[in-house]
Design a protein around this ligand. Structure first.
Ligand code: BMA
Length: 366
């Protein structure tokens, strides 16, 4: 009798486990999380915003000119693509054909999928216009925007349409065989500054949480997207402590990656001090809470110091478990990445040659 009970119990457990496994088939965001964690053991990836659209000395022609397809300043400088490419959705909320930086959404769609299919990793940010004033994301003239788009607010219905348009676009990001592309999604970034309508002085902690949750719940629950890995990316701060950080942190159940946007706008010393302080706090917080860590945007505008990458940025990044750093876009008037004809090109090659920096070829088959 005892034996029968033991066998029955074992059978039950095996069935329970297999059914459990079936139900728990890993989602695209979980697989991406594992991939990022495993790549982080090898080093950190190089990323670039808008990499294949235009460069410091060239403008993308989007009229089907195949010579422009896959063109990249990073590729031209070091012989490989960035491991991570970033794209922005600003403008999709109004059904615009081009984003806020004049890149057609059809092109974003194609290049994002192309980068995923060549083995790279992709990330999306969103600089939506101001839904209350009609201004840009940087219009901070009114401090009731967030309040007004939350449920019960005057702009709530309008904002629901905006979220739907973002969702519709994300829904088209699939490979040829119909698989959704895994994407690091990074909304409401730099929220500890007050230059976007969702910034620190523009809404209360509670309103910010409402904003984050509204978008996330819409994408996850209403649209059923499980290919978005959610990144919470405040700006370089220099003064984080747990109490302050937690005020706007969406919560461990809502965030997979903690990022920081960190540019050197002032002196090198100030930048180094603030970044070191922030990464010390954030890496500790991320480790304790089992989160990934990244520098989701960074750079020195127009590379006014041609050795900045290996002399200033790299020694700091080397000390922390970041999975990637993403240099902002190479727009002719404002660039943050390399280009072969710039003095910083040789420094970028040194960065490329370092053992712990990962470009596309380093991650393609991993
Ligand atoms: C900012 C600047 C702007 C751009 C925006 C969104 O940092 O580069 O020129 O429109 O990002 O890409």
């Amino acid at each position: 009798m005892k034996k029968i009970i033991i066998w029955a119990l074992a059978g039950f457990m095996i069935t329970a486990c297999t059914t459990g496994n079936k139900q728990k088939e890993q989602t695209k965001d979980e697989l991406l999380k594992e991939r990022l964690a495993s790549l982080q053991q090898k080093g950190y990836m190089m990323g670039h915003q808008d990499d294949p659209f235009y460069g410091v000395t060239w403008k993308g022609t989007y009229a089907g000119d195949s010579a422009e397809l896959g063109r990249s300043d990073v590729l031209a400088t070091c012989g490989d693509y960035p491991a991570v490419m970033g794209f922005d959705l600003g403008g999709i909320e109004l059904d615009d054909a081009k984003n806020l930086d004049s890149v057609p959404f059809v092109r974003i769609h194609d290049e994002l999928i192309a980068h995923h299919q060549r083995g790279g990793i992709v990330t999306l940010s969103w600089h939506p216009r101001n839904p209350l004033t009609g201004g840009t994301a940087w219009d901070v003239s009114d401090t009731t925007v967030v309040k007004n788009i939350l449920p019960g607010g005057t702009q709530h219905e309008k904002f629901k349409t905006w979220m739907k348009r973002v969702g519709d676009f994300i829904g088209t990001l699939k490979t040829d065989d119909g698989q959704p592309v895994p994407i690091i999604f990074r909304p409401w970034h730099e929220n500890n500054g007050s230059w976007f309508w969702w910034g620190q002085k523009l809404c209360s902690d509670q309103e910010f949480h409402g904003l984050w949750n509204m978008l996330q719940d819409y994408m996850k629950e209403e649209r059923g997207f499980h290919n978005l890995l959610w990144s919470y990316s405040p700006n370089l701060d220099g003064g984080w402590n747990e109490e302050r950080f937690l005020q706007r942190y969406p919560g461990n159940d809502r965030v997979t990656l903690i990022g920081e946007d960190a540019y050197q706008w002032g002196t090198e010393e100030d930048f180094k001090t603030a970044l070191t302080a922030d990464l010390t706090f954030l890496s500790d917080f991320a480790t304790k809470n089992q989160k990934l860590l990244a520098m989701t945007e960074c750079g020195l505008k127009n590379m006014t110091d041609s050795t900045w990458w290996t002399r200033v940025l790299k020694p700091i990044m080397d000390q922390y478990p970041i999975c990637y750093f993403l240099l902002w876009r190479n727009y002719e008037k404002e660039y943050f990445g390399p280009s072969p004809e710039l003095p910083c090109a040789s420094d970028f090659k040194r960065l490329y040659e370092a053992d712990n920096t990962l470009f596309l070829k380093d991650i393609q088959n991993e």
